[in-house]
Design a binder for this molecule. Structure first.
Ligand code: C5P
Length: 397
């Protein structure tokens, strides 16, 4: 059993406080314990009863609360907490936090915390760009506080620009990331993911059923581990994890082009894409008309993107995937050797393609490591931990 996460959620006086109610619901749904602290202005937007109903816990609004056994809510609440998140955070709260002011419960909690602090600003675009606010943000960042957002877009005041609070789902991703170790901090990870699409004519093509789920889960896990991540993605409906750069491509040739233009400063290259083995030699510009004759397509082999990267002069640490339908270990190890890979993740196609779960065996020079069957994100986090360990060893040689 993993320990239950405990979060302190500070809500200040911005209209985005209504989104903090949804955020509380998401945290409770994730099985976390949430203690909500409302500032006086926050309570003007959404009342404590809403947060109490959603969190199933008392809501704190005052520095001097007789409900807390020793009257020390400002110290007690963050003890043993995994994170203190302020969402939404006004310019006023940000200024107080940057200065270390402590004149209400939330600002005092921030000063007396012993857990990581994450701040999700929400304000009018001009307040955001106000020089003192940007100075305060820079100060907090250099103090090690995580600033989440803000986003650009329509604002409640009718203006458009930077200052919107991140959506609750995205804040959840940042919180979960804050719980993960950072063995890849400062590393650059390049990833291919999803299927490729080889054009036959103006409307048709050859593709495969790769969903991109595993590749995007690995991208997220690498970002959570502190890496700077670029995803070269074939056509997929997957949502880009926060903090990851995404370059969309269609064909294997395009994927190779994108990889080659990105790979130079890469520390780790992970090829998860299901790349078509062949492309159509002479795709038609126009839609091919149907007639009674047999249609023959001429196919030529695609370049092996991973093998090309792995055989460069100074290759990044390369990780390949092998989806096999039989003789998994034998075929996978042969593939690892043939492509000169320090690490290969092998899985059965029957288990992997399109599914939400996966079961992966890692093959490297010291043998095989079986990762437990589980959701693709869990598998991805374990894979990234293994990559980080092998990469770290290589660096210290
Ligand atoms: O040879 P096979 O296609 O089974 O190899 C799978 C591994 O090689 C995967 O990591 C895949 O992303 C990569 N690959 C590639 N370019 C290709 C074919 C496969 O990068 N043309």
């Amino acid at each position: 059993m993993t320990k239950q996460r405990r979060i302190v959620l500070g809500v200040t006086g911005g209209v985005a406080a209504y989104k903090a109610a949804e955020l509380t619901r998401l945290m409770v749904k994730a099985g976390w314990q949430v203690d909500v602290v409302l500032t006086e202005a926050g309570a003007q937007f959404v009342g404590p009863v809403t947060f109490q109903a959603l969190s199933g816990r008392p809501v704190y609004t005052q520095l001097w609360s007789p409900d807390v056994s020793n009257g020390m809510a400002h110290i007690q609440l963050t003890r043993g907490a995994d994170a203190l998140l302020v969402a939404p955070a006004t310019a006023d709260l940000i200024a107080k936090a940057a200065l270390g002011l402590a004149d209400d419960l939330l600002s005092t909690l921030i000063s007396a915390r012993d857990c990581p602090l994450l701040i999700a600003p929400a304000m009018n675009r001009q307040m955001w760009e106000n020089a003192p606010n940007l100075r305060n943000i820079a100060q907090l960042e250099s103090d090690g506080v995580a600033i989440l957002g803000p986003d650009a877009g329509d604002q409640a005041c009718g203006e458009v620009g930077l200052g919107r609070m991140l959506e609750p789902e995205e804040l959840m991703l940042h919180l979960e990331a804050s719980f993960q170790p950072k063995p890849l901090a400062g590393r650059r990870v390049l990833l291919t993911a999803g299927p490729t699409f080889e054009r036959i004519d103006a409307v048709r093509g050859i593709t495969n059923s790769s969903s991109g789920k595993m590749g995007f889960a690995i991208a997220r896990a690498a970002w959570e581990a502190g890496a700077e991540v670029t995803i070269i993605a074939g056509e997929t409906a997957q949502v880009t994890p926060p903090g990851c750069r995404r370059i969309d491509v269609l064909s294997a040739q395009e994927m190779l082009g994108a990889v080659e233009s990105e790979v130079d400063d890469t520390d780790i290259f992970i090829a998860v894409a299901a790349v078509a083995d062949y492309y159509v030699l002479n795709p038609s510009e126009q839609k091919i008309k149907k007639d009674a004759h047999i249609l023959t397509l001429e196919l030529a082999p695609n370049p092996d993107i991973l093998a090309r990267v792995a055989t460069r002069d100074k290759p990044p640490f390369c990780v390949g995937f092998a989806a096999e339908s039989e003789n998994l270990l034998e075929y996978a190890e042969a593939k690892r050797k043939r492509k000169h890979l320090p690490l290969l993740a092998a899985n059965l196609v029957q288990n992997a393609i399109g599914a939400d779960d996966n079961e992966v065996i890692l093959l490297d020079d010291s043998g095989e490591t079986r990762l437990p069957h589980g959701p693709k994100l869990d598998v991805a986090r374990k894979l990234i931990a293994h990559v980080a360990q092998l990469y770290g060893k290589g660096k210290t040689k």
